[in-house]
Design a protein. Structure first.
Length: 93
């Protein structure tokens, strides 16, 4: 979509939403051979997961503290792995 200042942005939305919200847009289909979950979205997801689990680190008696610490380390390491962005880390993996 192009906003009122002329900035172009890529969004993932239904066409009905885009038509109702933006004055102009260009549909860009995702090629079948490329992963839908791109690097930028993967980093955003990872960053949010880290934020969402920050509080657990301070709870030293949390029953899953070790699992969360491992998960958070996997999240931090993920962008440098061959699995990025295709396979997300999971808690307890």
């Amino acid at each position: 979509v192009t906003d009122s200042d002329g900035n172009k942005n890529f969004i993932d939305a239904t066409e009905d939403y885009v038509k109702a919200t933006y004055a102009s847009y260009e549909e860009v289909p995702v090629p079948l051979h490329e992963p839908y979950f791109g690097e930028a979205q993967a980093r955003e997801w990872r960053d949010q997961e880290l934020k969402d689990t920050d509080w657990i680190v301070a709870v030293t008696d949390h029953p899953q503290l070790a699992a969360y610490k491992t998960y958070r380390q996997e999240l931090r390491d993920w962008p440098s792995t061959a699995d990025f962005p295709g396979t997300k880390p999971t808690l307890g993996s």
